[in-house]
Design a protein. Structure first.
Length: 127
């Protein structure tokens, strides 16, 4: 299992500054290329530590990324924060802020997901 995760393409990464402050959390299949893509950011030179967390599937990585952003509140993330919410309660990427799912799927562990209750049809009794 550990070998499989070490070889997995799906990664959630975290950038930290010299004081240990969490600057940014992201999702990628190529950490090296994604790191280079951030070079144009004004906070690029503040990065002194990078942590990479591997996931078996993209969906599992996306759910972990979203949960981490919400829980850890990195300084420079915009997506998955209160600023990113639309009127429906879902972000532009289809995430439901109220229940924590991603496009109707919840994370059971780093490999498995299951359908979220929010996607099940609701009863229309009394109408």
């Amino acid at each position: 299992m550990q070998e499989t995760l070490a070889l997995s393409k799906h990664a959630v990464y975290r950038f930290f500054d010299a004081n240990g402050a969490l600057l940014y959390i992201g999702l990628t299949v190529d950490p090296g290329a994604r790191l280079r893509a951030h070079r144009s950011k004004p906070w690029w030179f503040d990065i002194v530590r990078i942590e990479i967390e591997r996931h078996e599937t993209r969906q599992a990585a996306a759910i972990a990324e979203r949960a981490a952003i919400k829980a850890e509140e990195p300084i420079y993330n915009v997506e998955h924060t209160p600023k990113a919410l639309g009127r429906s309660g879902r972000t532009a990427s289809g995430n439901d802020e109220e229940c924590g799912c991603i496009n109707g799927w919840r994370l059971a562990n780093s490999i498995n997901t299951y359908p979220c209750e929010c996607t099940r049809p609701r009863s229309r009794r009394g109408r």
